[in-house]
Design a binder for this molecule. Structure first.
Ligand code: BDR
Ligand code: CA
Length: 307
């Protein structure tokens, strides 16, 4: 069983990524840290606590950074709704927050089990950058570092930039500059993970999980103009799936630089697949075994639904 720490901004696809992680027998979720992103930090943290109770997770939830390192916060309420989970209203959280700040939680958790914890970030990279600045050995201690963010062909927030990177490009630049290999699960990959009508038919019979969470979340998320063609891309679950089974992905090593200066390209992940080995800082998944991915997700959701 692999240990995973998930840094997130729930967020509809973040919520589904947490369900995938919790429902997978291959993973032990050792912590959930929150960051401002899709919605403000108060809401992302509240959502993480509600989801912890709702799924029956026992990993602590630690609150992190509410603002990007340098820039003004920018949310994605149009995609995730003003609360962050579309129209879903979960019961008031009973769980208490961890007493530690997310940055310290990340550092302490990795320090306690060097080489064992897969660090997975599916929101803006503010907490991860702060953790690396406070304790550079984080880069050494992580078993691997997987991020949902960036792209090598296109953006979603702007034509050039993906949301998680463009929300805090300076933080992303710190993270990609750290001495570890970042696995960049970007839009080119995640757009292969669409919750089509056929995929959603596979979630039938999941009882309350389906009625209270999956259906309203996916209806809301799938209503966004970005997704009306083939159904919404479940971005964040792809990063968790990579940790569970990298064999579902084809991946190519590359040099990735984050643009922080561009007038029109700020937050772009400039990806050089031809960089020589000594310049490579990233591994970039390019192709997903879609059937295998949805099988993993379906099995995990069934496990969560069964409690
Ligand atoms: C990413 O941005 C957020 O809106 C999603 O939760 C995902 O992490 C996709 O660009
Ligand atoms: Ca997210």
């Amino acid at each position: 069983v692999k240990k995973i720490l998930i840094d997130c901004d729930p967020g509809i696809d973040d919520a589904l990524a947490l369900a995938l992680a919790h429902g997978s027998p291959e993973l032990d979720v050792v912590g959930v840290t929150t960051v401002g992103g899709n919605v403000d930090l108060e809401h992302t943290t509240r959502n993480a606590l509600c989801l912890r109770d709702y799924y029956g997770m026992d990993a602590p939830v630690a609150r992190g950074a509410g603002r990007p390192l340098v820039r003004e916060p920018r949310t994605a309420r149009d995609v995730h709704g003003s609360s962050g989970l579309g129209g879903v209203v979960l019961p008031e959280p009973k769980s208490e927050l961890s007493g530690r700040h997310a940055v310290d939680f990340i550092i302490d958790t990795l320090a306690a089990s060097p080489g064992e914890v897969s660090l997975t970030a599916v929101g803006p990279l503010t907490n991860i950058a702060l953790a690396l600045r406070k304790e550079p050995r984080v880069a050494e201690w992580a078993r691997e570092f997987v991020v949902m963010g960036g792209s090598y062909t296109r953006g979603n927030t702007t034509p050039a930039a993906e949301f998680n990177v463009s929300a805090d490009p300076e933080a992303a630049a710190v993270v990609f500059g750290a001495p570890w290999r970042t696995v960049m699960v970007g839009l080119d990959l995640t757009h292969q993970a669409r919750a089509t009508a056929e995929v959603r038919a596979g979630f039938r019979g999941l009882g309350r999980l389906e009625a209270e969470l999956l259906t309203p979340c996916l209806d809301f998320y799938g209503g966004h103009a970005n997704y009306q063609d083939e159904g919404p891309a479940i971005h964040d679950a792809c990063a968790v799936a990579y940790v569970i089974d990298p064999g579902l992905f084809e991946a190519v090593p590359a040099r990735v630089e984050v643009e922080t200066q561009g007038r029109f390209t700020s937050g772009m992940t400039v990806t050089d697949f031809r960089a020589p080995a000594e310049r490579q800082n990233a591994l970039v998944p390019t192709r997903l075994d879609t059937d295998g991915f949805w099988r993993l997700v379906g099995d995990a959701f069934r496990a969560v639904a069964a409690g």
